[in-house]
Design a binder for this molecule. Sequence first.
Ligand SMILES: Cc1cc2nc3c(=O)[nH]c(=O)nc-3n(C[C@H](O)[C@H](O)[C@H](O)COP(=O)(O)OP(=O)(O)OC[C@H]3O[C@@H](n4cnc5c(N)ncnc54)[C@H](O)[C@@H]3O)c2cc1C
Length: 427
Amino acid sequence: MPYIDSYYARTLADSRQRASLERAVEADVCIIGGGLAGLTAALHLARAGKSVVVLEAQSVGWGASGRNGGFVAPGFATDLDHIAHMAGRDRAHALYRLSLEGVSLVRETIQALAISGTDPMPGIMSVLRHEGAAALEAKRDRMERDFGYRLEFMSRDQVQASLVSAKYFQALRDPSAFHFHPLNYLRGIAAEIEHLGGQIFEQSAVAAIDLEGSVKTVATAEGKVAARDVLFAGGGYIGRLLPALARSFIPIATYVLLTESAPDRIRQAIRISDAVSDNRRAGDYYRCVAGGERILWGGKITTRISDPRDLTERLRRAMVATFPQLDGVKVEAAWSGLMSYARHLMPQIGRLRPHVWYCTAFGGHGMNTTAIGGKIAAEAITGESDRIRLFEPFGLAWTFGPLGRAAVQLAYWGMQVQDWWQERGAR
Ligand SMILES: Cc1cc2nc3c(=O)[nH]c(=O)nc-3n(C[C@H](O)[C@H](O)[C@H](O)COP(=O)(O)OP(=O)(O)OC[C@H]3O[C@@H](n4cnc5c(N)ncnc54)[C@H](O)[C@@H]3O)c2cc1C
């Protein structure tokens, strides 16, 4: 199996493996990383008539893009007010509209390519774990006023008819957001890139790069690519390949579990097909998969790269703390994935120097932003648009190395304490 054990790997629509790079090839653009960023960029470059080579260290979609929660919703890893604080209101609004475009892009690509096994389901609920109707209604009104975007307010009674948990209060439901099978999506766009003449090499980790001169060289253990443009799209897995990138992101792990098949038990707790996330700073996200037979439950973040030994039990406890009626439902698989976070919490999409590009740091809210990020990186490379400039305020800021990592972990624990304190008042 070319993937870690996950729900997505167990339900692959196509399991074809690709060759590794074992020769010298030439291309207009070489893309490092076959996740959502790299493959979306490759798809748009191939559609624009560029010759493109994607080098993926493992298999397409092996990283965060093929093992995540599968939520596709507008927004970024930080909220609109924080973005406006960093970049001004107008730019923040333009960026938010871009994130809406990212959601549509994924939906339309599924339809246009008729990608099988993606199972898109409409609806994502964002649930409060404390009283907060007025704040939710104000948010709903703001989205309608500023973006013409419709969210549905749900009272506590409506929420509890859908999610049988004493923990929950009101919710906002986004009927235009959706959830899906991200790995089958990635494999679908990989097939289309090849159909358009692009080349994808798997098991082809980039080990060395020479970015001087008008032709750049990207080398793997047994082959190399000569290209005019190089795009770095290695997410949280890129390591130290490019020093300017290495010092500007923190890899953060998050975790997901898959329950056994228990449709009757699950129905006693979760009575909707929407995906759900709660409003805590360090919250849970989950949805039913396999036609409601199983739950895919995610949560927790750490700065440690290796999995905690009690990972499964920690996630299971979080699930049962919200839905005690699920105690006894067994966990069949649990896995982790690395996200890439910048200090400013926004994506890093830009040009390092002429013909050297990066498209990374999408954090935990990447299924829309990574897609549109890949597209606008491609537009910048072809010269079709300069929308990439919207990301200029969010450069490659230093993350303070190990100190930064420790600070993130401390901040996360601090957020958990704040969450606990806020909920304490709600009981
Ligand atoms: C567990 C989990 C749950 C999440 N849930 C959600 C969610 O529900 N909704 C949402 O919007 N976002 C979610 N996210 C975030 C989202 O998955 C990411 O933001 C997004 O997938 C990042 O895409 P990417 O292409 O930048 O990185 P990745 O998908 O990680 O792809 C990077 C690829 O680059 C390859 N690579 C790295 N270095 C090299 C090299 N030297 N040579 C060749 N290849 C290399 C890696 O093997 C990898 O395949 C989640 C993330 C995780 C980990």
